[in-house]
Design a protein around this ligand. Sequence first.
Ligand code: BGC
Length: 741
Amino acid sequence: MLSNILKRIVQNAMLSAAPDARQAEMNLAEAEDLDFTGLAPDGRRPEERAAAVLTDMTLEEKLIFVTGYKSLGIHPLPRHGLPSVWMTDATSGPRSYGATTAFPSAVAMAATWDPALVAEAADHIAESTRAKGASILLGPGVNIARIPTCGRNFEYMGEDPFLAGTLASAYVKACTERGVICTVKHMAANNSEYDRHKISSDLDERTLREIYLPAFEATVKTGKTPGLMSAYNPVNGVWASENRKLLTVILREEWEFDGIVVSDWDSLYSTSGPLKSGLDIEMPRARWLTPERVKAAFVTGDAREADLDRMAGNLLRTLFSAGVYDRPVKDPEAREFHPDHEAAALKAARAGIVLLKNENSALPLPRGPGITIAVCGPLAVDSAVLGGGSCHIARTTGTINLLEGLKKVAGSAAGSAEGTKIVHVSSGNLGRDSQTIEDADAVIITCGFNYMNESELYDRPWRLPRSQRKLIHRISRLNSRCIVTISAGGGVETESWVENVPALIHGMYLGQTVGTATAEILFGIVNPSGKLPFTMARKWNDIPAVRGYPRRYWTTSPGRIAAGQGNPRFRKVRHWRYSEGLMVGYRHFDTADIEPAFPFGHGLSYTSFFIENMQLSADTIGPEDSLDVTVRVKNTGKRFGSEVVQIYVADIESRLPRPVKELKGFTKLKLEPGESVEAVIHLDKRAFRYWDPGAGESGGSGGWTAEPGEFRILAGRGSRNIEAEAIVTLGSPESTSQPGA
Ligand code: BGC
């Protein structure tokens, strides 16, 4: 576990990496003081307006424009009447300008499996962003949870590219509608925080295309994101900030992205590389792109003025398109600190809680006169709102911890809960409280991590802290009705203690309503409906990606963290091979037939559901066709609930090896007891394809291949809980009907 000194150093490092909120507030005040009105809309298209400004800009203006302003801004262009533009972190709320409503972490949003709900949360976050005067939101993150311990998994949307891409697209669209530019991050293959500046993610083309890029691709093609952020790490030896293949060939030429690429903070390592490769702005300030350095590169011919024009042009066009220059810095109509924001945060938090285990009906908890619920563990009072780093929200508009949440919810239960006693038991004094624990009707043990030990900059342990594991063992000996709650951004080890407890919930990080949302699930006011967006392994060594990962990586020293962030001239880049290839998360566990502790897509409810009667829109489709899958879903239990229908596609035979099944569609349904509905899930042509490195013109550089043959279409309520299936044949182009493009 990290020592206190390390934590202090890390916090200081975070303060310099993540901009100071007070400084940022001063920046905004300054921007408001400037007498800019912006350009009034005049009927010209954004690209025309951008071109006109660009033509008029001096070299000096362009040089300054492509580097950050006061840590979180884009420079004003006074001669052109254009004000400074402000950015803010990030996905759970605009944290950079003082207090804000803390929404659930991105991974908890992913656990909702509900694009509409994610869009609703993003809409409120974007409104607060505009109320604060920022126009660029530095999120959401879609790096794949390759290993459970990555310190930033909580900022990302789980292990599956389709799930992450779908939900992040919903998020981005909602922000765009509010005039907020998202920068989807960190492109690409930024899957560990350990020595994040010094480790090259080395992976083959197929793995890159099928696992690590599709979520970015979806946010570009479906979400139409106006922005992206490059990563710290090199990819196959080339720094992400100057990776022409990623930032130009794939992003702009193949995916036709026409927005901006913002660098991650202090992630440039040369001058000419980023200039030539597709980056548009160096953040947070000019370091490698200083006017002197850039001009020197022009002189040596390492870069051209046209590169600078392209960068400035991309910035201007994107800002004009979003309307940034046609409105006041702060949107006077946008609401901030509004109860609606908190209500939306609570709604998302409820839906993101995953009930992993519930034996002997341990949950929901009983309520009523004479009932006593004990609560203990480190997170009962210091309930974790979010993980640490640039996504952490230190000043919320009011956090409800679990103890308060339990008291509030127990007391609010319309008469029936009257008399329910909530007792806080100090973890340090179990001896004194052992009788209380024994006598309690149930004991809640709050476990997991917080913003100190799960954060940007370093990875966290896989096992819960020893003190927490001991607590579970001791309390479960005193009372058999123990409920463990976990706060973490991904999987944790459960094998050594899970048999001792009848119920377990994973809350990820739930934002400021953590206490209320968790209490409502525990007492059954709300029926749980979250589904794991990652696999929880039984054994560490069952996860192939951890091979080659440093032993005792979590004991990383302050020196190593500093060096991992430090001067690039002293960095010796190490190469880590993603040797597991496509076999990430459930793709690996299901293909290798290894039983996980809790599978991807798993999540229990207080009611029961059943999926049956799958119908396909066609038995045979062509390579360019899509397919509609219809299933009947029934709530077979006694209470209202929501269920996620997950559609996996399994290629029965293929020339290149494929994972045994892959998620390609899902939908979340609300069902009254006894109700049954038909759900239709649309699979597009990509659902059947894989990346063939040998495809492309004259055996060229690869491409998406639709290989004729049979595919199993599987409908389940989890990756290991398949309840209906059918077979579709993918024919060659001539031999098929064309049911819908
Ligand atoms: C993070 C980014 C973040 C930026 C600004 C960096 O340390 O990697 O994700 O947006 O800081 O705070």
